[in-house]
Design a protein around this ligand. Structure first.
Ligand code: ZN
Ligand code: ZN
Length: 358
């Protein structure tokens, strides 16, 4: 990972925002800029250099991981005081408004010589850089996606009607760990029958139905990067309605993938999926957006929803995941990870998408 180039790009954005320094408080942004993966850190990025503040637990790890930043371990773990004092001569300082608490901001003001009016709240500066991935990052995401996909076949070999959702999810997660996952990217969603109509259903004591859909949405972390996939399978013989719902979601997913291209509005990709589902008669049953960026975090820029203002760019890695959820009946969602390339969408998820009946 080229931390020097990333910091150079970040410094250009600081110039554009009219600040002399940026206080980076969001850990994934700190990891992106320096390689540090610990759970407590603050980064001060200036034109002249970068300083990473952390605590004594991370002395060794910081030595191993941090690139292109000077590591400091302030006394009493007061990262905010140390960073504010370092930046005392800077007159205009940007702060990650979405990731700083009132208490942290107050601590900064107490120790900073500058006028509080020149503390500029900034949003999404580093996130905008992170949205476009380097080759090495795409490879890391691809590895995570492939590891997760390998778990799906192991799950389908095990799933039976009557199995508890928690047991099925646990078995899947165990297989992912055995295959080398560093962890889960988010809490696994595994929901059968009517429970699958809840978009973010957590596996509970429910037992999988004799006949009906099972939505499985999960992801792993590997090399720091996340994967995200959803497949919906059917236990027993699918009804005519089940086949129709599944076909509509699959067609919507393919339509959205076909709409992906650099320069295309994210909202247009969302519309492409929504149009198919509406035409099939389930327009009122698709309550979430069509996709999101994925990388160091499971949900990152860009967002692919009706209200998105962003446009796609080559090198972005996004999910495409339309769904239909019918209360009291069940849900269907199909989700792949794709790379935005000059030619369109390059799908990374190898698991087949035709209706799978167990
Ligand atoms: Zn997902
Ligand atoms: Zn997703």
């Amino acid at each position: 990972m080229d931390y020097r180039a990333r910091q150079a790009a970040a410094r250009q954005r600081l110039e554009g925002a009219g600040v002399e320094a940026l206080v980076v408080a969001h850990l994934p942004n700190i990891r992106y800029l320096t390689g540090f993966s610990g759970s407590n850190a603050l980064l001060l990025l200036e034109a002249a250099g970068a300083w990473l503040y952390t605590d004594g637990r991370y002395r060794e790890q910081a030595k191993q991981e941090v690139r292109e930043a000077k590591v400091e371990i302030p006394p009493k773990g007061d990262l905010w005081k140390a960073a504010a004092q370092r930046a005392r001569r800077r007159r205009r300082v940007g702060m990650e408004a979405e990731h700083v608490t009132l208490a942290q901001s107050a601590r900064w003001r107490e120790n900073w010589a500058g006028n509080g009016k020149n503390l500029m709240p900034l949003r999404g500066e580093i996130e905008a850089l992170r949205a476009v991935k380097e080759r090495e990052e795409i490879t890391a995401i691809q590895r995570a996606v492939e590891l997760a996909s390998s778990g799906f076949a192991k799950l389908t070999a095990k799933l039976r009607p009557g199995m508890k959702e928690t047991a099925a999810a646990g078995w899947l997660e165990y297989q992912l760990r055995l295959a080398g996952a560093e962890g889960l990217a988010f809490e696994t969603i595994l929901a059968g029958g009517a429970h699958g109509a809840l978009v973010h259903a957590h596996p509970g004591g429910e037992r999988l139905p004799e006949r009906g859909f099972v939505v499985v949405d999960y992801g792993v972390r590997l090399g720091g990067y996340c994967s995200d996939m959803t497949r919906t399978l059917h236990l027993g013989e699918p009804s005519r309605k089940a086949r129709a719902v599944y076909a509509a979601v699959l067609e919507a997913q393919q339509a959205a993938m076909a709409a992906v291209k650099p320069g295309v509005a994210c909202a247009a990709v969302d519309r492409a999926a929504r149009r198919v589902i509406a035409k099939a008669g389930w327009g009122g049953y698709f309550p979430h957006s069509t996709g999101h960026g994925v990388g160091l975090e499971i949900h990152e820029a860009p967002r692919l929803g009706a209200a998105s203002k962003e446009r796609l760019a080559a090198g972005q890695v996004i999910t495409i995941e339309p769904g239909v959820y019918i209360p009291g009946w069940g849900g269907v969602r199909i989700e792949d990870v794709v790379v935005v390339t000059e030619r369109g969408a390059e799908g990374l998820t190898p698991t087949p998408k035709q209706l799978l009946q167990l």
